[in-house]
Design a protein around this ligand. Sequence first.
Ligand SMILES: Nc1ncnc2c1ncn2[C@@H]1O[C@H](COP(=O)(O)OP(=O)(O)OP(=O)(O)O)[C@@H](O)[C@H]1O
Ligand SMILES: [Mg+2]
Length: 173
Amino acid sequence: MPRGSAPTADRQTRISAARVHNDRVEAVLFIGVQGSGKSTFYHERFFPTHVRINLDMLRTRQREQILLNACIEARQSFVIDNTNALESDRARYIPLARASGFRVIAYFFETTLADAIRRNNQRSGKQKVPAAALAATFRKLQPPRWEEGFDEICTVILSTENIFRVQSRSREA
Ligand SMILES: Nc1ncnc2c1ncn2[C@@H]1O[C@H](COP(=O)(O)OP(=O)(O)OP(=O)(O)O)[C@@H](O)[C@H]1O
Ligand SMILES: [Mg+2]
């Protein structure tokens, strides 16, 4: 299209889509023990729209910070796919995301210890974590609280038929 001419309907649609997307940039924090289904859920629900930030993959907090900052700067929705068991773990992300205008959403993966151990046992190689480490995370896990700065808190339960059931509560509700 020549510079300066009126936008085509197609271009206008793209501009509108980008605006809607920008209005809805999301910082999603997963919270759940190892084997609670977080990464599986990411691939099912967020893969096409949100960048996955995962400490196991990135290996260091410095590399995580670089990717996080890139998402913030680019106004790109992202998911923090870590256990994020403690409020102090979550505080690494929430104030920054809020200050940058992102909608901050918690996904809390509720599971029994026995179910998480059973699912963990289905994994092999590095993905399988020692049962003691899983139990330690289970004991220290702090459920998300509104005071941490979330706009929405969702609870995820993996049913016995392996279907994710999500219950959402908004701060505005
Ligand atoms: N909906 C599902 N259907 C079938 N299997 C599932 C489902 N969700 C999780 N699983 C199985 O449970 C195991 C653990 O799931 P997943 O790797 O997603 O957990 P995680 O919370 O990401 O764990 P980690 O914190 O260690 O990365 C995997 O072997 C996965 O195949
Ligand atoms: Mg995972």
